[in-house]
Ligand binder design. Sequence first.
Ligand code: SR1
Ligand code: MG
Length: 409
Amino acid sequence: MTDSSQLTVDTVAAYVAQRPALAARIRTDGPLDVVEVGDGNLNLVFIVHDDSGSSLVLKQSLPHVRTDPSWPMTRERSAREALVLRTHESADAQHVPALYDFDDSNYVLAIENLSDHSVWRSELNEGRVHGFAAAEIGRYVARTAFHTSVFGLDPLEQKKLAAASINPELCEITEDLVFTEPYIEHPHNAVLPANEADVAALRADRALLAEIGIAKYRFMTSAQSLIHGDLHTGSVFVRDASDEASASVRAFDSEFGFFGPTGFDLGALWGNFLIAAARALALGSGERASEILELPASLWGAFEAEFRSLWPSRRDDRVWGDDVLEALIREFRQDAAVYAGAKAIRRIIGFAKASDIETLDPVLREGAARGVLRAGRALILERKALDTVEALSAETAAILRETVTRFEF
Ligand code: SR1
Ligand code: MG
């Protein structure tokens, strides 16, 4: 394989055979079964099986956005993803796929095949909530946040890790797509004509714009921990099971990872729970919407409990006393709420929309989109007055219920 060339189903077998790190993972002396399954915005993904039952996944970055070849994209994001995966595996191996190999010449990661899991967003879209997954992923965020922060790492090591994980191009995508474009006229934006007035109202809201501006600034400057960076429900695999031992939850696709605000990962999931709940309500499933709206509290509760349990092992307790922990917890919670609002709003207005809403009939989509915009705004503006996740979820539930639109017969 020439340097940096793109894999195809026909070249994968030869590629695997020349990677020493994969020799113990998969047999290459017989035929390999290779399928390309990438359906995200950015990468090629191959699932590879040998005839003895072993398998792995190869993920290769494309030099452009998959859905828009005219939009160039740095392939160095593969190196960022490899670093985040390795680091998060050390902090919490239970909640990430194992990394078998990283080929920095060809931008290829070889990772554990999790095809016996399902993408959480697809499961939510089909009406399967998997409520247990919220607490699991809350513990993942707590462990990775603590163990990559100055509380869990030697200060010199922490700075070296922060330097190695700088990810300017992918951060810029988030700065543009999440924190800027939804609030201006931009060719990436599109909503139903019936939702244009909702977008105009949002853009005219000075208080909201100020909060978004501060949230963007904090995203760009608040280097608290090595975050996943794109932790929506499409970045989580779930495997439900009748017995606890085989249930499994894994965060994948961490190419947007960098040293950022811990609350950003929590907020990404929370915002996408809001979107999933709006879909359930649009489809007339009030009970399922209520179940989904319990997920933010479950995510937060598990995060908070795990972070508190790790706190006594912090590297330095001379000035980082328990009063500091209380301030941090408050800050994480308020950040989570503001980022949840921003992440929910961007999926309605801007580039890379959510299938939860996009696959609804336009009659139902109108109300769901309106509800997500208003509920997102409430999370951002009311997070200080309503200072528990439960109270904020109750507020967003009321908004989502009020905005449902139905077919007229
Ligand atoms: C051009 S990348 C668009 C989006 O896909 C990823 O999942 C991120 O959310 C990014 O904003
Ligand atoms: Mg992704």
